[in-house]
Ligand binder design. Structure first.
Ligand code: ZN
Length: 125
C-alpha cells in the first residue's frame, strides 16, 4: 500500500495487481484487476450490478452497498469483507511469494471461502 512506501517500508507503491496506479485504499475498488474480480465474485451472489465504478471510493461504495434492506444487509457486509480479504490475499501472494494465480483459481478460492464462511455461520443465505 502507498502508506508502506511513505513510511519507507516498501520501495514501490504501485499496485502489484495491475501495475498501473498507486496502491491506495480506494484503489481496492478502482483497480482494473480488482474490479473484474469484484464483478465475478459479486456475481456469485447475483450482485454483479454492485461492481464498483472506476471512480468509486471505498467509503461511498460500501455505504451504498449496505443500503440493502432486510436480511440481505448482513450477508452484504460479509460478502464485502470476504472479497476484500481475497483481494488482499491475492496481492500478498504476488508480493511475498511471487505467485500469479490464474483467475479461475482465485474464484474457486472465493467459492471455497463462501462455503467455509457459511459453514461457520459468518455468511447466511
Ligand atoms: Zn491495481
Amino acid at each position: 500500500m502507498a502508506w508502506l512506501h511513505d513510511e519507507g517500508l516498501s520501495e514501490d507503491a504501485t499496485c502489484p495487481l495491475c501495475n498501473q496506479e498507486l496502491e491506495t485504499i480506494d484503489h481496492l475498488l478502482q483497480c482494473p484487476f480488482s474490479r473484474s474480480l469484484w464483478f465475478d465474485a459479486l456475481s456469485i451472489f447475483g450482485w454483479g450490478f454492485w461492481t464498483p465504478s472506476p471512480l468509486a471510493t471505498l467509503k461511498c461504495w460500501w455505504t451504498d452497498f449496505l443500503s440493502i434492506r432486510g436480511p440481505a444487509r448482513k450477508k452484504a457486509s460479509s460478502v464485502v469483507l470476504l472479497i476484500l480479504r481475497e483481494i488482499w490475499l491475492e496481492r500478498n501472494c504476488l508480493i511475498f511469494r511471487n505467485i500469479d494465480r490464474p483467475r479461475h483459481i482465485i474464484l474457486d478460492g472465493i467459492r471455497l471461502e463462501v462455503a467455509r464462511w457459511k459453514e461457520v455461520g459468518l455468511l447466511r443465505d
